[in-house]
Design a protein around this ligand. Structure first.
Ligand SMILES: [Zn+2]
Length: 205
């Protein structure tokens, strides 16, 4: 699915600009120094089980996909220890949030939050809409669901600033062409760009 430019802007408005109260009038995202692309470290802890090895492989797949689709706008690199300061993505195994009492493990197979097993989404950490001090926990799996590559890639989208789901992000599929165009556009425009000033960028096929 390829949404119109209007649809891409509408999706950024709902999923990013309007997703965080106390946020900004405009987009929020990770930023680089000056006009450069943000450098985002992805901490992938050393796996200790076959399941964790599979999840680590899929996290690397998500890094590769994002480096391709957002080339020039964001750079992702794996690290094997948690960075001492600043923000980063932290891959976490078997720690997805499942509501108390729920057995709908498939619907709660993965999430992004401020901690393991936590439900709260991660918003911008400054009034200027910058996310760089965030540690975005990418909680993968709960022991009762199938964590697909597309699910892991989808969670990276949440960590990059997508809150609410939209057509092509969460339903009917985890990710889509629309997902990539939304992210490409979010990162091709400066932080705090108002919806009316967004210039749509299409991700490479
Ligand atoms: Zn989601």
């Amino acid at each position: 699915m390829n949404g119109s430019n209007t649809q891409v802007v509408a999706d950024i408005t709902s999923a990013n600009i309007n997703s965080w109260s106390g946020g900004t009038s405009g987009t929020n995202r990770w930023v680089g120094a000056g006009a450069s692309a943000p450098q985002i470290a992805v901490f992938i802890p050393t796996p200790t089980t076959a399941t964790e090895t599979d999840l680590a492989t899929k996290a690397r797949g998500a890094i590769a996909a994002h480096n391709y689709k957002l080339a020039g706008s964001a750079v992702f690199s794996e690290v094997s220890t948690a960075p001492a300061s600043g923000g980063y993505f932290r891959v976490s195994y078997m720690t997805s949030y499942v509501p108390p009492g729920s057995t709908d493990y498939a619907s709660y197979c993965a999430n992004v939050s401020t901690a393991a097993f936590a439900p709260n989404p991660v918003g911008p950490t400054s009034p200027s809409g910058v996310r760089n001090q965030t540690v975005a926990w990418i909680n993968l799996g709960n022991g009762h669901c199938d964590v697909t590559q597309d699910i892991v890639t989808h969670e990276f989208g949440h960590a990059l600033g997508l809150g609410n789901h939209f057509q092509g992000f969460g339903y009917p599929d985890a990710i889509s062409t629309e997902f990539w165009d939304v992210l490409a556009t979010l990162y091709a425009n400066p932080v705090r760009t108002p919806a009316a000033q967004l210039v749509v960028r299409r991700a490479p096929a």
